[in-house]
Design a protein around this ligand. Structure first.
Ligand code: FDA
Length: 319
């Protein structure tokens, strides 16, 4: 209910105009968003790196409506790659295909992604393609497959455990193989395509995490890179301690080295758990979003947890 309300609100333009004009909303979003400029984001990455945590920078943006905006989003991502290189930080980049033109046509998106992957490859930086609504899943996987088959090993994808199709997708991705970040899924989906209950999503998460870790280990896929820019094939992206515990047990059972799997979390969430995993010697990466288009991302974070509404409200009443 809560999620469906906030995911729907994230697409309403008057709500976006109204809420983003509130200073209190901007201040509350700062818990989840590293700032509006790339300089803010690099500062956040440096702070994470100093605590042993790697990063994935995301210049916020999605559902771009015209080719000029898709081009501008691409230019911004190309500039971020230079910033990572110049700053020498342990970070890679996450992006959304709808941000660089997937809704405007496959070839527009392909041309933009190609520029990004070529530049990232020349700098030794990995690019993670986020997963959006289920109407885009097949197109997103298709685009990443196309790039991987054309020789780009610096591109990976996200798979959502709430989707019924995900087991098949992981098997296919392992066959190339393409690096996978496994998350639960943040959008509102109908029961035909996604498991409706939390317990089913959690059970599927464990099943897919195991499939991914066992599959990657059987293929002797490379571990996380020492420069902090390239993740290993399986990335366990969740703040759920039970899911993390299950993955840790699987790693132990298979006697894998610690850098064979990476744990990933979102900026501003469960810093205690991030530090605990760093302390245990595992690679940990935090997704660091920044930019002015923070509204849909912020709405999805609010919808994930009722306590976040109180956090927002308390900011409101404090002002
Ligand atoms: P769950 O929702 O069960 O939460 C477990 C615990 O985590 C909660 O009890 C709470 O302590 C904490 N928590 C979770 N969300 C919180 C919040 N918003 N605020 C405060 N605490 C919170 N989704 C997607 O559809 N496509 C994608 O590409 C990505 N990419 C991505 C990258 C990374 C690195 C992460 C960690 C997550 C994503 N996601 C995503 C989001 C993901 O699908 C999911 O919505 C959130 O991670 C919340 O689910 P949890 O796995 O944390 O579990």
């Amino acid at each position: 209910m809560l999620r469906s309300f906030f995911v729907s609100l994230s697409r309403v333009s008057w709500a976006q105009r109204t809420i983003t004009s509130w200073g209190v909303a901007r201040r509350a979003s700062a818990r989840f968003v590293a700032g509006e400029t790339v300089a803010d984001a690099i500062q956040a990455v440096r702070a994470l790196n100093s605590q042993g945590v790697r990063a994935s920078l995301d210049h916020l943006g999605e559902n771009t409506l015209n080719p000029a905006d898709a081009q501008a989003a691409t230019a911004e991502i190309l500039a971020v790659l230079d910033e990572i290189e110049n700053a020498g930080v342990q970070s890679n980049v996450s992006l959304k295909l709808s941000q660089i033109g997937l809704n405007l046509g496959e070839e527009t998106c392909h041309a933009n992604l190609l520029q990004i992957l070529e530049k990232a490859r020349s700098l030794g930086i990995f690019i993670r393609v986020d997963m959006e609504e289920s109407t885009m899943t097949a197109k997103t996987i298709g685009m990443v497959f196309r790039m991987a088959q054309n020789g780009f090993s610096n591109v990976g994808i996200v798979i959502q455990a709430y989707l019924r199709r995900s087991e098949r997708d992981i098997q296919e991705l392992l066959s190339l193989p393409v690096r996978v970040r496994l998350c639960k899924g943040a959008y509102q989906e109908p029961p035909e395509v996604a498991f409706p209950s939390k317990s089913e999503v959690d059970a599927n998460y464990d099943k897919l995490a195991r499939l991914l870790i066992v599959g990657a280990s059987a293929q002797h896929t490379p571990p996380a890179s020492d420069d902090g820019r390239t993740p290993p094939f399986p990335a366990i992206a969740t703040h759920d301690p039970r899911r993390i515990q299950f993955a840790l047990q699987t790693i132990e059972e298979l006697k894998l080295p610690k850098n064979a799997v990476e744990f990933q979390m979102l900026y501003g969430i469960r810093r205690d758990l991030q530090q605990k995993l760093v302390g245990l010697g595992f690679p940990v990466r935090v997704y660091v979003p920044y930019g002015t288009h923070w509204f849909p991302y912020f709405m999805r974070r609010l919808g994930e947890r009722p306590a976040n509404i109180w956090f927002f409200a308390s900011n409101y009443f404090r002002n």
